[in-house]
Each structure stands twice: as C-alpha cells, then as structure tokens.
Ligand binder design. Structure first.
Ligand SMILES: [Zn+2]
Length: 174
C-alpha cells in the first residue's frame, strides 16, 4: 500500500520503525561477527548467529569441525538452543541474524521453526538458499512466509570469510 494513503502519522511511524529496525539489524549482525570469531579459533569457518525472541537472545557460532557434526551450523545451533530453553519448537515472533546467507538445510530449519524474520550479512554464491543458488523462502510450496533482509554489514561479513579462507590457503602452502 502506498504510504500516502496511510496518512502522515502512520507514514512517520513506519519510517521510525524502519530506522529502528535497521539500527537493530546492524547491532545484531555486528554481534554475530564477534561470535563468528569464536568459530575461527576452533578451526571452523567463521559464521555467527543470534536468534532473538521475546526479549531473549540465543547466540551461537558454527561448530561443524569442533564437534564434528555436519549439521552444527550456527543457525541450527541457535534454533535448537532457543527451542530447548523455551520448551517449544514453534519460534513465532523470532528474528534470526546470521553473518552469511543460510544454506538449504538452515533455510529449511528457519521455515520449520516458523521464524518471522531472517537478517543476514553477505551472500553465499556457492551455497546460499535465500536467492543465490535457490530461494527456499520464495517457494510457492512453502506455506510459511519469512521476511528476509540481506546485505547488513555486507562488506564486513564478506571480508571476515575472505580473510579466513585466505589464511587457510596461506597455511596450506607453508
Ligand atoms: Zn547452514
């Protein structure tokens, strides 16, 4: 609906809400970047995720190598810890923040958990399932809608991954 039909007060409220949301988005992605560093210390690809629901925050990072567990992506671990803590599988009202575009497994879990909003940093041209290789969230077959915001602190999140892989290549050459 065009905002002029909503009247100036409603338009202002929407603009204020959008600005607040953008500030929150950057705040949480910045925190997820910090969490991602914890993954790196264990030799895992630096990816961090925070699930925010009802004023509570569940922070995790990728632990695929550490565990080792192919499903231990940051998003899955954040979803699991929230569901366990809250005693429900349905995480309605939640926003999931993650430094990189989710893979197909994580996108599926986000839909399964009925998460409202997904916010991520950089895209993953090789495995991203929010539009890069496929778009799980745009599928007509998926009956739960997730609002997706891409590209928050995009260059910072991309640089964190680039630097990690560069360092790994350099170490392999020694
Ligand atoms: Zn994943």
């Amino acid at each position: 609906m065009p905002s002029r039909e909503l009247g100036p007060k409603v338009s202002l409220a929407i603009r204020t809400e959008t600005r607040r949301m953008q500030a929150d988005d950057a705040h949480y992605i910045a925190r997820a970047i910090e969490l991602a560093r914890g993954a790196e210390r264990a030799g895992d690809v630096p990816i961090g995720a925070i699930l925010v629901i009802a004023g509570r925050e569940f922070e995790r990072h990728n632990e695929k190598e550490r565990r080792p567990d192919p499903t231990a992506h940051a998003e899955i671990l954040a979803i699991r810890s929230a569901a366990e803590a809250l005693g429900v599988w349905r995480l309605s009202g939640a926003t999931l923040y993650v430094t990189k575009e989710p893979c197909a497994m994580c996108a599926g879990a986000i839909v399964a958990a009925r998460i409202d909003r997904l916010v991520f940093g950089c895209r993953d041209p090789k495995g991203g399932a929010a539009g890069s290789i496929i778009d799980v969230f745009a599928s007509e077959a998926v009956n739960h809608r997730v609002a997706v915001t891409a590209g928050v602190l995009e260059s910072v999140t991309a640089e964190q991954l680039r630097a990690f892989f560069q360092a790994r290549r350099d170490a392999a050459r020694l």
